[in-house]
Every structure is written in C-alpha cells, then in structure tokens.
Write a protein that binds this ligand. Structure first.
Ligand code: SF4
Length: 289
C-alpha cells in the first residue's frame, strides 16, 4: 500500500487514524488544527507518562516470561524515560532538571500505574502476538485506515483479543466512549486484514485498576465501517472549503488551541488548504498519527 516515489523516500496516502477521527467528531476545527495546520501542541506530564508506561509494558513483554515481574517493570521505567528524552529532548522542559523533585514524584506515579497493571493481569501467563502493532487497511470505499494497537493476543484456538492500556485521567464517561471508538476502529482493521472479527476488546484503565471487556460482532463492525466512511466524507467536504467549524464543549479546557479558537474569541491562522496526496513526498494527514 505504500508507494515508493524516490530512493529512500516514501509517499503515503492520507489516512484516517482513530485519534484524528475522534478529533473530527469532537470538533472539526480541532481536527483542522491538528491534521491540516499541524500546529504544535505542548504535551502534558500525564501524556508523557502514558507514553513511557506504554513503552515499559512493551519492553516487559520482550523479556523472558519468568522475568515479567513488578520489580523488572520498575527497572525498565528509567531507561524508557531516558530513551524518550534522547528522542525528544524538548520533553526535558517538563521538569526543572534531573534533580527536580517533581520528576521523582512523576516517575513514582508512573511506577504506581505499572504496579496497577500487575493487579489487573499476570504477564507471565500470556505471550502476545504483537505489541505496538502498526495496522493499515483500505476499505472498499477507498478510505485508508491506519493506527497502532497496544497489544494483540491470539489464543491457541485462533481467537484474537485486542488490548489497550489507558493511563490518563480524562473524565471516565468521555474517555470510555472515545476508547471504545478507538477499539472498534482497530477491530475493523483487524477484521478487514485477517478476515477474523476479534473475540474481545480489552481496555485496561491503569489509574482506576479496572478493565473493560467488550465483544464486537460483525454487524456492528459493518455499521462502524459506514460511520468511518461518513466521517471521512465529511472531512473531505470540509477540507475542500476550509469550513472546519468549532464545536465548543467542556473538552475545550483540555484544548491547546483555545487561544486561536473563534468560539473563545480567538482568530485561527489562514487556512493552508487541503493537503493533496500527490505533490509532496508525504501529506500532512499522513503524519497525523
Ligand atoms: S477550543 Fe474547543 S471549540 Fe475550539 S478548537 Fe479547541 S476543542 Fe474546538
């Protein structure tokens, strides 16, 4: 599906990811700011902690089964944070240097999430087929879906379970609807690529020490597919005209773009135009994940 255009360079078609689809549903203007304007956002400590915890859990499953213990997970935390920092040095600005007591508290809060994970399941009792799996599929309508699944478990009987770790403190009822949307998205991609409807979607809320299991069925995924196609068509319509409307809600309090949002008295930058997939090596939407 990825077409090479030049040596060492790839041109990828615009795709829909669960987060960008959720953005558009929540607020078309937020989608524009993120996927079309590609305006930078300041990550919060909670978001970065989530990234680090995901990285530790991925690394944990790379260890021999007998070593997947809470102490090992704690040992993996600092290296995971340092690797992330090496990759994105600007994240260091979240703290006032390596001796900032806030950093120690933040690391300890990440450890608490890892401890909570062990209360929810025993990683020595399972061997995932994949962690941080990149998935992509094209629907019959031509909509390209793309994303990353935290973990895919496959039972000896062939039944598939998709697992997603939630580390944030978003309001539960909003977070849950969004998380289920995301999981159905992945279930649809898996179904379309493997021909098998996942048996279970498992959301693990580490902060709450709670899991939510959900069993999708084929009819529901078909309906969901139509929903995604409708969202994509709406995005394309807005993209052609630049008419991405703000949809204010209490989630505006978590939006980095509030100062430039007309719903809050701000002025958006001029519309840069819809990113065409053809001319450049990569469109803005491709980098939306
Ligand atoms: S502040 Fe609210 S209405 Fe404005 S772009 Fe952000 S989410 Fe949308």
């Amino acid at each position: 599906m990825v077409e090479p255009v030049a040596a060492g360079q790839e041109r990828r078609r615009p795709a829909l990811s669960p987060s960008r689809a959720s953005d558009f549903k929540q607020c078309p203007l937020l989608y524009r700011f993120r996927a079309v304007d590609r305006l930078p956002e300041t990550p919060t400590r909670a978001q970065v902690r989530g990234t680090v915890v995901h990285s530790v859990l991925e690394r944990l499953f790379g260890l021999p089964v007998s070593e997947r213990a809470p102490g090992q997970a704690r040992d993996l935390l600092l290296p995971a944070w340092k690797d992330l920092l090496a990759d994105q040095p600007e994240l260091g600005e979240l703290f006032d240097g390596p001796d900032d007591p806030e950093l120690a508290r933040w690391l300890e809060s990440a450890n608490a999430l890892l401890d909570a994970y062990f209360e929810l399941e025993d990683p020595r009792r399972l061997q995932p087929e994949a962690c941080e799996l990149r998935v992509e599929t094209e629907l019959d309508s031509g909509v390209l879906l793309r994303g990353f699944i935290d973990r895919v478990d496959v039972a000896p009987t062939g039944e598939i379970r998709l697992v997603d770790y939630k580390t944030g403190a978003a309001p539960r009822e909003i977070g849950e609807a969004k998380a289920l949307f995301q999981m159905k998205f992945y279930a649809l991609v898996l179904w379309r690529t493997r021909g098998e409807v996942p048996r279970q979607l498992l959301l693990m809320y580490l902060a709450d020490k709670q899991s939510l299991a959900y069993a999708p069925d084929e009819a529901e995924l078909r309906r969901f597919e139509r929903t995604l196609e409708a969202i994509w068509q709406a995005i394309l319509r807005a993209g052609r005209t630049g008419d991405f409307r703000p949809n204010p809600s209490r989630l505006c309090d978590f939006c980095d773009h509030k100062p430039r949002c007309p719903a809050h008295g701000g002025t958006p930058p001029p519309y840069p135009g819809w990113p065409e997939p053809d001319p450049g090596p990569e469109s803005a939407l491709d980098r939306a994940d």
